[in-house]
Write a protein that binds this ligand. Sequence first.
Ligand code: HEC
Ligand code: HEC
Ligand code: HEC
Length: 125
Amino acid sequence: MYDAKYIIPGLIVFVALMTFPIWKNMGNAGPVPKPEKPVGVTKCIDSVKYMRTSHMKVLDDWRDEVLREGDRVPIEVNGVKYDKSLMNGCLKCHADKKKFCDECHVYTSVKPYCWDCHFVPKETF
Ligand code: HEC
Ligand code: HEC
Ligand code: HEC
């Protein structure tokens, strides 16, 4: 009744077509992001390793300290003071949000909602 001669090759072609988008990109997740290093500074507020994995926690902590505890005492990196702030902290050094923050976020499909309210420095528009 069922003709295996046609059904099996038919199934193979079907599976191959359905999974084409997956194996087409095998071993290729697109170009790895290369966030641009800031100019004129050599150090972040913490180790690069920590920043890569935990920068969102730093930002949350800063926000809580500033807004809930009223603690606006600036942080110091290499003797220079920076506000605990997106715009006047992180983006003082990482001046180009597009070439830095977005470089990773677009790649990983992360969309922080911070920019709904917080300004981005002008030169990045
Ligand atoms: C004093 C300037 C300065 C400030 C302020 C600063 N950064 Fe950095 N940041 C750097 C530098 C310089 C590097 C690269 C260090 C290196 O490669 O050794 C870096 C590295 C990083 C990295 C790792 C990038 C990579 O290549 O993987 C992340 C993520 C990061 N910063 C996020 C932030 C965030 C978020 C803030 C604010 C909470 C912030 N930085 C504040 C200077 C700064
Ligand atoms: C080295 C790559 C990289 C760089 C550079 C980077 N981020 Fe991220 N960021 C990530 C990744 C990956 C996540 C998601 C982590 C997760 O979901 O656990 C993330 C998450 C976040 C979050 C939390 C968003 C959410 O919806 O949970 C914030 C806020 C954030 N980043 C801010 C920044 C800011 C501001 C900068 C630039 C100053 C920056 N990031 C630069 C990789 C990066
Ligand atoms: C609904 C609007 C809104 C959104 C969305 C928002 N913020 Fe804010 N944020 C504010 C306001 C208002 C202040 C108070 C500014 C002040 O008093 O200095 C603030 C202050 C902060 C501060 C302390 C100092 C400063 O002025 O930067 C940090 C750090 C901060 N926010 C981080 C974040 C991060 C990280 C995100 C995204 C995960 C975010 N905010 C999303 C409205 C917002």
